[in-house]
Write a protein that binds this ligand. Sequence first.
Ligand SMILES: Nc1ncnc2c1ncn2[C@@H]1O[C@H](COP(=O)(O)OP(=O)(O)O)[C@@H](O)[C@H]1O
Ligand SMILES: [Mg+2]
Length: 216
Amino acid sequence: MKVITVAATKGGVGKTTITSGLAVQIAKEETVAMIDTDPQKSLELWYSLRKNTENMALIKNVDDLEAAKKMLAEEGADWLLIDTAPSNIKNLIPAIQASDFVLIPTKAGAFDVTAIDPVIELCHQNRKDHVIVINMAYGEENGIPDDMVAGTAKHLRKHSGQVLENVIENRKEYASASFSGQSAPEITTNGKSADEMEALWLSVKKLARRFEAVEE
Ligand SMILES: Nc1ncnc2c1ncn2[C@@H]1O[C@H](COP(=O)(O)OP(=O)(O)O)[C@@H](O)[C@H]1O
Ligand SMILES: [Mg+2]
């Protein structure tokens, strides 16, 4: 079983949206379990609203992440996704320790890139690989050419570590889908969010294999 923790120092950067979106992608091919360690329980709410839970499970009231992980691995889950709260950074430690690697969403912006430092530091301290994904990126608007994503990615690669090539744009459907426990590609037909979520899943699969190979 591969374990991914989705963490960030900031709230509202898309941790839950990415966790749930990734779970939907995984469930098309493999089985996925989820644990919501955020007291706000947004992922639990999303799951309770969801109709199609084939290949998915959400485990509630987990006190001991390691014990839950062991149980899920024994039950044959292929993936475990752990969603986290931004508030108290120390509370992230068990989730980071339980993971194979940490996926860190950030918005593209000067204030956002430095805000992820504490979570990266925690990954270093716990010897966990981390990968950054840029979420809620703006496309070109009002004739202003958008070099914000490229600039942010460049800065992050220099100072903070690996950044996924594939970016998730700011799209209304990501927010709308949460009301019905769905992911953006499930409520749209334009294919853009579907491409983004598929690219995220492909990247995650590749990274899980790569990090596993490094650890062996
Ligand atoms: N790519 C995106 N485009 C548009 N809205 C998004 C996107 N990602 C997340 N959101 C919205 O932004 C808000 C915060 O996202 P959420 O996943 O709850 O963040 P977090 O879990 O980090 O607090 C939610 O209303 C969500 O629907
Ligand atoms: Mg959340």
